[in-house]
Write a protein that binds this ligand. Structure first.
Ligand SMILES: [Zn+2]
Length: 303
């Protein structure tokens, strides 16, 4: 389907629904519940526009949220820090180059801490593997037209298929460079976490591949940044108990999933922290509902 048509249908269906959620007071109630239950709101982005990211920051400020860093989160969870009013954590996956003008500069302007999860291999090469899939559809093998198709196969097979596409397709740098990552990591508002080396679905990795993805990415990032990398985000949000063995082996303190929800300091798993996804193709009303978590809860009722 044409992308403009998809966008139109999405707007016609979802925007009125989001407006009903806001006008009926559901958003306000979700915020008050987070406050009374001392929950930490946790949101994440990939490659937002500057307009979307700044609109979210301004809305959250206006509603009285307190922005916390991942280091603050650890102190709160370990009860070394009291829970501030409406705490909120912002993370970003994949370390897109566009995050520098659209996110980093906005975070510095508004004194907002952010954590960026970087796949070290993409930082070096500049590329994300899914860009080859999206650009190289006519060269792909039968049954492998969509990015999702590559997320269901063993990691070795995925790599081989993408390597084949690289013979036919060229993509431009989309990830930050090593120098850019080092530069922004020096900001007091930025924490860099690991997002593996090659951005595989870790559940489809062999033990050796998983050890490399979780261990080598940490080693590489720490070498570049000259500081400890303590936090991890699962690519594609897929994880199982095997991941946790390697996360412990390499001394990660926290790992973030893509399971929607906030973080309850009274009941949490350090390697299964939840986050609400903010999307670029949703209206701002929808993203308000996403930030407070009611959007995801509503659709879970039908799944
Ligand atoms: Zn990712």
């Amino acid at each position: 389907m044409y992308s403009w048509l998809k966008k139109y249908i999405r707007y016609m269906l979802f925007h009125p629904l989001a407006c009903i959620f806001i006008v009926s007071g559901m958003v306000g109630r979700a915020r008050r519940r987070a406050h009374s239950e001392k929950l930490i709101t946790s949101i994440y982005f990939h490659n937002p526009s500057r307009t979307l990211f700044e609109k979210c920051i301004l809305w959250l400020k206006k509603k009285g949220y307190t922005f916390i860093s991942t280091d603050d989160l650890v102190e709160i969870l370990e009860k070394r820090k009291t829970i501030p009013h409406l705490p909120l954590l912002i993370t970003l996956d994949d370390a897109y180059h566009e995050n520098i003008p659209n996110v980093f500069s906005v975070a510095e302007k508004h004194n907002v801490p952010i954590t960026i999860f970087a796949p070290s291999g993409s930082i070096e090469s500049g590329e994300y593997w899914w860009s080859y899939v999206l650009k190289g559809r006519k060269f792909s093998s039968p049954g492998f037209n969509e990015v999702e198709d590559y997320k269901k196969i063993p990691e070795g097979v995925r790599k081989a298929k993408v390597e084949l596409l690289k013979k036919y397709v060229k993509v431009q740098r989309e990830a930050m460079t090593v120098d850019e990552l080092i530069k922004i990591s020096k900001s007091p508002f930025v924490t860099i976490g690991s997002h593996t080396v090659n951005h595989p679905c870790t559940i489809h990795c062999s033990d050796e591949e998983l050890d490399f993805e979780i261990g080598y990415s940490k080693t590489k990032l720490e070498k570049w940044l000259g500081k400890e990398v303590k936090y991890f985000a699962y690519p594609n949000g897929d994880f199982n108990n095997r991941d946790k063995i390697y996360l412990k082996k390499y001394n990660y303190k926290l790992a973030f999933t893509t399971v929607p929800g906030g973080i309850n300091p009274a009941d949490y798993n350090v390697f299964e922290l939840q986050r609400n996804c903010i999307i670029p193709n949703g209206t701002f009303a929808e993203n308000i509902c996403r930030m407070v978590g009611i959007w995801q809860k509503f659709f879970l009722l039908f799944s």
